[in-house]
Design a protein around this ligand. Structure first.
Ligand code: C5P
Length: 235
């Protein structure tokens, strides 16, 4: 791969884990605390899923999906209140990306090896100074195997379904615990059992089980590892 000289030296923290474990929240807070870039790699798979759905591309049409992955016109921004906003071909699609349906299609396109290969360089291009915090399923194992710090963030499926239900309620959506539980475990199974880049902790990953942690406690635990690297002042 042809990377720019500075990207070779930019440090990377990877945060992998199953759906709903809090990777997005943790990685965003860490990136903000460090003043580093942030990659929400799941958003790339979700963007491809959304674009494929809009263009009526069948999930069996691998060539068309790969073409689409190369052509995706995407932009990540932060709104004035600090919330991430995502654009596809100039349209804001932040809410459309977060639906259960989009997540489901994303995990199906993500199981296709050629699609993963097509999105690899796009993900690596986020590695820029002063550093990158990247969250996903294979950040520490495949995309950034030489990352300086790898975290595997997990939580029980009950707790993940519970958090997701609260999040959906805030958006005015009432989905039963049973349905959410089923949807999340189906996604876990697809993500863990696929042939390429299955969800699994990197051998050198630090594990955090945040089932019983508040967001502050989760951040503090991660910051403990970050301090060991000397990237943030103690305290
Ligand atoms: O993290 P998020 O739920 O947004 O990801 C959506 C889907 O994209 C996941 O269920 C997973 O199948 C896929 N994904 C992946 N590899 C990543 C990030 C996400 O396969 N690095």
């Amino acid at each position: 791969m042809n990377s720019r000289p500075e990207s070779a030296v930019a440090p990377v923290i990877t945060i992998d884990g199953p759906s709903g474990s809090g990777k997005g929240t943790l990685s965003r807070l860490l990136a903000r605390r460090l003043g580093w870039h942030w990659l929400d790699s799941g958003a790339l798979y979700r963007l491809l899923a959304l674009a494929a759905t809009q263009d009526n591309i069948a999930l069996e049409d691998v060539a068309a999906l790969v073409d689409k992955a190369h052509q995706l016109d995407i932009r990540f921004e932060e709104s004035a209140d600090g919330e991430p906003q995502i654009y596809l071909s100039g349209q804001r699609v932040t809410d459309a990306l977060r639906t259960e349906q989009c997540g489901k299609v994303a995990s199906k396109v993500a199981a296709i090896p050629a699609v993963r290969a097509a999105l690899l360089d796009r993900q690596r291009a986020f590695r820029q100074l002063p550093g990158l915090v990247a969250d996903g399923r294979d950040m520490g194992t495949v995309v950034f195997p030489d990352a300086d710090l790898k975290i595997f963030l997990d939580a029980s499926i009950e707790e993940r379904a519970n958090r997701r239900q609260k999040q959906l309620k805030k958006q005015g959506l009432d989905i039963s615990m049973g349905d959410l539980f089923q949807e999340i475990s189906a996604r876990d199974q697809r993500d863990m059992n696929r042939a390429v880049s299955p969800l699994r902790p990197a051998e050198d990953a630090k594990h955090i089980d945040c089932s019983a942690m508040t967001i502050d406690e989760m951040l503090e635990t991660a910051l403990g590892f970050v301090r060991e690297k000397g990237w943030v002042a103690a305290g």
